[in-house]
Ligand binder design. Structure first.
Ligand SMILES: Nc1ncnc2c1ncn2[C@@H]1O[C@H](COP(=O)(O)OP(=O)(O)O)[C@@H](O)[C@H]1O
Ligand SMILES: O=C(OP(=O)(O)O)[C@H](O)COP(=O)(O)O
Length: 398
């Protein structure tokens, strides 16, 4: 990788208070981390700083809380991280103020401290200068290792880089390096699969994506939004109906750009958002008004297979259905296995990313068969678009 920013090679961290921005936004169920990939990926950076005698002060968000909310505490994640890195991780129940200052003051060289969810303060997402200044008091340098949150210009992902000497962490370096190698000049035809639940934050990306890929498979909550826009009754499905105009504009743009759009032609519908709740596959003209689309149907899966077969490069973010609950993982698991087989047969370069997407690939048992698995979803898509990522750009300034 051409050296565009300073890294841990350029700083002596011994005895320094290192504010290390990581992405601890891991999938959780009943207080238990269900996929530790993001924790495993950040482990080398934490170990390197601690082993060199730096004080590792972890900054991270979790979920999208509106203010302090116990269900979004990072405490259980810090405990899971401690198990992954096999080192003690202290915890402070606020990321600024007295609790944070005391915990930092008590640190020894090589110690590790995790501060509570930065999004418990609304100033985090506003990149508020006073909040940034409060955070900056706790550290001597800022290391950004959260590539998967680098598309956010928040206080801890961007603001701190203007206030303290800034460095890229090892995960940040590795992600940019690997994505560059796999996708800077992708072998065509390129197919993208976009699913998941973060419709409003990802739909705008599709407008650019359709000019860069030859085919776009849309699944998950994203597909429901498009189907609704086309006049399909989607019942009680997760769909952002106010984005119908955006969805139609994207379809038009795709047509102009000669990007094939593969939307579901059938859907697995249930009446309760719960594992193993009774379900049935319906054609699009027959989705029950009181039902919820929780997965793509069998005919849609066949089309997705065919689209993958036509592609030389695959980029994937977002599960095709509510994969955490059987049997609604079927579409995602079957498509993931198919992409993995094509990759093993050297017919496909496959790159997938996103907290839940990685969890889904692990659940399907194929993460290791993909060409590259990124920790990032939204950030990876924005990087693909060629958009500058605020959390990366700020590293280049200093
Ligand atoms: N049809 C659907 N209805 C409800 N939730 C869905 C549906 N399809 C996918 N999801 C949910 O989308 C979530 C993942 O979305 P997202 O956060 O956008 O992906 P990633 O973390 O990989 O970037 C999962 O929790 C999954 O259950
Ligand atoms: O999980 C994340 O992104 P992803 O779902 O796109 O992989 C990041 O932690 C960013 O979270 P955000 O989309 O709430 O800013």
């Amino acid at each position: 990788m051409s050296k565009k920013f300073r890294t841990l090679d350029d700083v002596d961290v011994k005895s320094k208070r290192v504010l290390l921005r990581v992405d601890l936004n891991v999938p959780m169920e009943n207080g238990r981390v269900t996929d530790a990939t993001r924790l495993e990926r950040v482990a080398p950076t934490i170990a390197e700083i601690a082993d060199k005698g730096g004080k590792v002060i972890l900054l991270a968000h979790f979920g999208r809380p509106k203010g302090r909310d116990a269900k979004d505490s990072l405490k259980p994640v810090a405990e899971a991280l401690s198990k992954v890195i096999k080192k003690a991780v202290a915890f402070a129940n606020d990321c600024i103020g007295e609790a944070a200052a005391k915990a930092v003051a008590a640190m020894k060289d090589g110690g590790i401290l995790c501060l509570e969810n930065t999004r418990f303060h609304k100033e985090e997402e506003k990149n508020d200068p006073a909040f940034v200044a409060e955070l900056a008091k706790l550290g001597d340098i800022w290391v950004n290792d959260a590539f998967s949150a680098a598309h956010r210009a928040h206080a801890t992902t961007e603001g701190l880089g203007h206030k303290l000497p800034a460095y890229a962490g090892r995960t940040m370096q590795a992600e940019l390096d690997a994505l560059g190698k796999a996708l800077e000049a992708p072998t065509k035809p390129v197919i993208a699969i976009i699913g998941g639940a973060k419709v409003s934050t990802k739909i705008d990306l599709l407008e650019n994506l359709v000019t860069k890929v030859d085919a776009l498979v849309i699944g998950g909550g994203m597909a429901n939004t498009f189907l609704h826009a086309q006049g399909v009754g989607v019942g009680k499905s997760l769909a952002e109906k106010d984005l119908a105009a955006t969805a139609l504009r994207i379809l038009e743009k795709a047509s102009t750009a000669n990007c094939a759009i593969i939307l579901p032609v059938d859907a697995v519908v249930a009446y309760h958002f719960a594992a193993n709740s009774p379900s049935h596959a319906y054609g699009l003209d027959a989705i029950p008004a009181d039902g919820m689309i929780l997965d793509v149907g069998p005919q849609s899966i066949a089309r997705i297979h065919a689209a993958i077969d036509d592609a030389a490069t695959l980029v994937w973010n977002g599960p095709l259905g509510a994969f955490e609950m059987t049997p609604f993982d079927r579409g995602t698991v079957v498509a993931a296995k198919h992409a993995a087989e094509r990759t093993k047969a050297k017919k496909l370069i496959s790159v997938a990313g996103g907290g839940d997407t990685v969890a889904a690939l692990n659940q399907a048992g194929v993460a290791d068969d993909f060409s590259y698995v990124s920790t990032a979803g939204g950030a990876f898509l924005e990087w693909m678009e060629g958009k500058p990522l605020p959390g990366v750009e700020v590293l280049k300034q200093r």
